[in-house]
Design a protein around this ligand. Structure first.
Ligand code: ZN
Length: 526
């Protein structure tokens, strides 16, 4: 038994919002209150928190753990100069057995002065004994050395694939730069990722996430990721609470197997069936009612209509699985809401429970649809950091329609539950950056203005925290035991030096957990 005392505890439980003492027995909180608890539990281990602040641990309700974790293993090529990037590659080559691949990500030749693409020869000089392949930050270009080109079978004779380009030097030989679909030629030569690699990568990533204050995730990667999490859990090394989605391509198999949302335990459970309704804002493939600005023929790409989604949803709820549907554009969200409306009727007719269905991203809604998530009890799974990252693109491609883009205040007012996440590695998983974006609608550099982008959508600090705590817990069906610091709830918590509910919002940008507890166990201490 442990007693945390001399702390400013924000329980995020409206009935007892603050306390100074927390009693933990194994994985659960058993009492929350004041000094009287010290006498009540005289034999418990006493931990003096020196007046620091304690809050529930944060959950990232939309992350790609495998993709993010493997990315961390790559050489970080987001450098100010090409020389620094090459130095990092050389450093990695020094600790990598000859012949093994060195992978990296994040370079942008425009940041390196001159704007010229780098060359295979530069990498050959740096790492002559390893195939090296470094993807650009945009993911639209790759930089390979000669050994990598050779393994991929790319020669002077290789023709450009459709929508791709292999760049050449003055002698007509491939110079190491592959654009767009030409990158796939190299991807095919990369060794397949093994389960043990994913296990190790996720295990390493966990500690970074604890430091950021995360104690749980809802993961949207696939089979290998699920297996890796099971391996970690079996070894006793999974110390993040995971809700794991299932790709819709495997709905039939899940149905045959009888797999239901919630199966597993409170550390690793099956979540929702993930379906893609449309594309994204950046490439202008999000499905819209009206065309993109200055592109009168482009309304994006709708993968299926509401009828088709309903058919999928019917099979899912009959099995006992909820749906998590990726929808960015207003048209895509509309079709999803039509399907959910039918599904609610279907659940009612068949005496099924109301499943925890969710829309992933909810990036832009038509005004007529703004209140439908609340009415239909559909969870708005949103990523606050996307709003500030995407605001310029949204203004440019959606124009005035952006007033209902990333509109979390509108969703709250209409009674929808918000579950917040990051979509890492698309964005950093650091939830403090998400909290900052949700209360300021500003980037870290202060743009676009002190009031922020569409400031009427700003949240209070408490509302933003709820998105990453109780809202995420609700989306995972665990709101009666997770997301608050109350008796009977899991002891998933973080300790902070400053009060994140009353600090200046910009202070959130530098915050990190100085101690993180998951399931009653300290997993990280500064
Ligand atoms: Zn995602």
């Amino acid at each position: 038994m442990k007693i945390l005392h001399n702390a400013h505890i924000h329980t995020l439980d409206a009935s007892t919002p603050t306390a100074s003492v927390l009693v933990i027995d194994r994985e659960r909180i058993i009492a929350v209150g004041g000094l009287e608890l010290l006498e009540q539990f005289p034999f418990a281990e006493k931990i003096d928190l020196g007046g620091r602040f304690v809050l529930p641990g944060l959950t990232d309700a939309h992350i790609h753990m495998q993709w993010y974790s493997l990315g961390l293993q790559k050489v970080d090529c987001e450098t100010d100069t090409r020389e620094e990037c090459l130095r990092r590659v050389a450093e990695r080559a020094g600790v990598t057995p000859p012949g093994e691949w060195i992978l990296g990500h994040g370079w942008q030749q425009n940041d390196w002065g001159g704007g010229e693409f780098p060359s295979a020869a530069q990498l050959d000089a740096t790492a002559p004994d390893h195939p090296v392949y470094l993807t650009a930050k945009s993911l639209h270009a790759g930089w390979a050395n000669s050994a990598a080109l050779k393994l991929a079978g790319i020669t002077a004779a290789t023709v450009n694939p459709e929508n791709g380009k292999i760049l050449h030097d003055v002698d007509g030989n491939p110079n190491g730069i592959l654009l767009e679909t030409a990158m796939e030629l190299l991807d095919d030569a990369l060794p397949a990722v093994t389960l043990e690699q994913v296990v190790k990568a996720i295990q390493a990533a966990q500690s970074l996430l604890w430091k950021m204050g995360l104690t749980g995730v809802h993961d949207f990667d696939q089979r290998l990721c699920f297996m890796a999490m099971q391996v970690l859990h079996q070894r006793g090394d999974l110390k993040l609470r995971v809700t794991k989605s299932i790709p819709v391509e495997l709905l039939q198999q899940a149905h045959e197997l009888g797999l239901r949302s919630g199966f597993g335990d409170d550390m690793l459970q099956v979540g929702s069936v993930k379906v893609f309704m449309d594309g994204a804002l950046g490439p202008r493939t999000a499905a819209m009612f009206q065309p993109y600005l200055n592109e009168p023929d482009n309304r994006g790409i709708l993968n299926m209509d509401g009828e088709e989604l309903f058919e999928i949803g019917r099979q899912a709820v009959e099995t006992g699985l909820s749906l998590a549907v990726h929808a960015i554009g207003d048209r895509a969200n509309h079709e999803v809401l039509d399907a959910f409306e039918q599904m609610r009727r279907y659940e009612h007719e068949k005496n099924l429970p109301h499943f925890r269905h969710r829309i992933e991203h909810v990036q832009i809604l038509h005004a007529d649809d703004a209140s439908r998530l609340g009415k239909l009890e559909v969870i708005a799974s949103m990523q606050p950091i996307h709003a500030t990252s995407d605001m310029l693109a949204a203004d440019k491609f959606w124009g005035e329609r952006s007033a209902l883009a990333y509109a979390w205040r509108t969703q709250l007012l209409n009674g929808a539950v918000l579950a917040f996440g990051s979509d890492a590695p698309v964005e950093s998983p650091n939830p403090f950056l998400g909290l900052h974006a949700s209360v300021t609608r500003r980037r870290a550099d202060g743009t676009p203005s002190p009031q922020g982008w569409f400031p009427e959508q700003r949240l209070s600090m408490l509302e933003a925290w709820q998105g990453f705590t109780s809202g995420a817990a609700y989306a995972g069906g665990m709101e009666n035991r997770l997301g608050k610091l109350s008796a009977g709830y899991y002891a998933d918590l973080i300790v902070l030096e400053k009060d994140p509910l009353t600090c200046e919002p910009d202070e959130l940008l530098k915050m990190q957990s100085s101690a993180t507890m998951v399931n009653g166990e300290w997993v990280w201490q500064a």
